[in-house]
Write a protein that binds this ligand. Structure first.
Ligand code: 2PG
Length: 309
């Protein structure tokens, strides 16, 4: 049961007090293990490779679009702030960039800026499936969010929310202006709090502490999905994603200091034979280079194109 309790929404943690039930598990299984009835078999095969664990799978990482506190230059951490208009546009643009890359399951943090980003990005996707947030707050939430049409389930993508993917908790800095804080306590101190690997901001999490929960979640819950043939998108935050990228790219704690992630830029990895191959950021939906590296992605794109003609 370890996989279940750690990997489904509502797992114990600062942002979840729910418990996992078997019903939840079966719902997610149903949502992720289907083939589309509405598409020709060849298309289904092109992106439903969940039976073949040797297949390459796509992992898209995306930092949320600009938030209202990014705009104001405030330490945000786990404060649940929505996107700005520009953030909304960034998320839509990101969606265009990945609109031909298969997505079978989405993970987001428990915070609205990551969830908005994932949902807005999916409005641009060519497969037109509906991303649906899996609710597990209570037995009632599970029952009341039930989907009873198999056909409709097949046209859905489960969205799993996990507090472990949240932004690093910034402690007593949350809500303060970054520039003003630097003027008060010194630029070096603020830089150390923001970018060092193991120094904690007052009352908050160091990047190392953030890594411990984010990478553990990635290894326990997301990697098994990729391994089983699912294409995964993760919408999260600067520091939870820096932690995950440190793990994927095997960066040292020194190297991760200079890793900066822009808002709303998708990053693509291919998972194959237990390793992650970095593919950078797809620049545009029709960029040939993005699809050149794996046959299955190229085939997927070709089929989507054929469907729309
Ligand atoms: O304020 C925050 O939560 C983060 C991300 O915006 O800031 P920083 O770049 O300092 O880690």
């Amino acid at each position: 049961m370890r996989f279940f309790s750690r990997c489904f929404p509502g797992n114990a943690g600062p942002f979840g007090k729910q418990v996992f039930s078997h019903r939840q598990f079966f719902l997610i299984q149903a949502l992720t293990s289907h083939a589309s009835m509405a598409y020709p078999t060849s298309v289904i095969n092109a992106f439903d490779n969940s039976q073949d664990s040797s297949t390459e799978t796509a992992l898209i990482l995306i930092r949320h679009g600009e938030s209202l506190w990014n705009e104001k230059n405030l330490f945000t951490g786990c404060v649940d702030v929505p996107l700005t208009k520009r953030g909304v546009e960034e998320a839509i643009e990101a969606g265009k960039r990945i609109s031909y890359i298969p997505v079978d399951i989405i993970y987001t943090s428990a915070l609205i800026r990551a969830q908005m980003t994932a949902m807005l990005a999916m409005t641009q996707h060519r497969h037109k499936k509906v991303p649906i947030i899996i609710h597990n707050e209570s037995e009632q939430a599970q029952t009341w969010t039930g989907i009873f049409s198999e056909e409709t389930k097949k046209q859905s993508i489960p969205v799993i929310t996990a507090w472990q993917l949240n932004e690093r908790m910034y402690g007593e800095l949350q809500g303060f202006n970054k520039r003003e804080t630097a003027e008060r306590v010194g630029k070096e101190q603020v830089h150390e709090w923001r970018r060092s690997y193991d120094v904690r901001p007052p009352g908050g999490e160091s990047l190392e502490m953030c890594s411990q929960r984010a990478v553990a979640y990635f290894k326990d819950c997301i990697e098994p999905q990729l391994k089983s043939g699912k294409h995964v998108m993760v919408a999260a935050h600067a520091n939870s994603l820096r932690s995950i990228i440190k793990y994927l790219d095997r960066l040292t704690s020194q190297e991760v200091i200079s890793l900066e992630l822009s808002t709303g830029i998708p990053l693509l990895y291919i998972y194959k034979d237990g390793t992650f191959i970095k593919r950078g950021s797809p620049v545009g939906p029709t960029e040939a280079g993005v699809y050149a590296y794996t046959k299955s992605l190229a085939l997927y794109r070709q089929k989507l194109d054929e469907m729309s003609h």
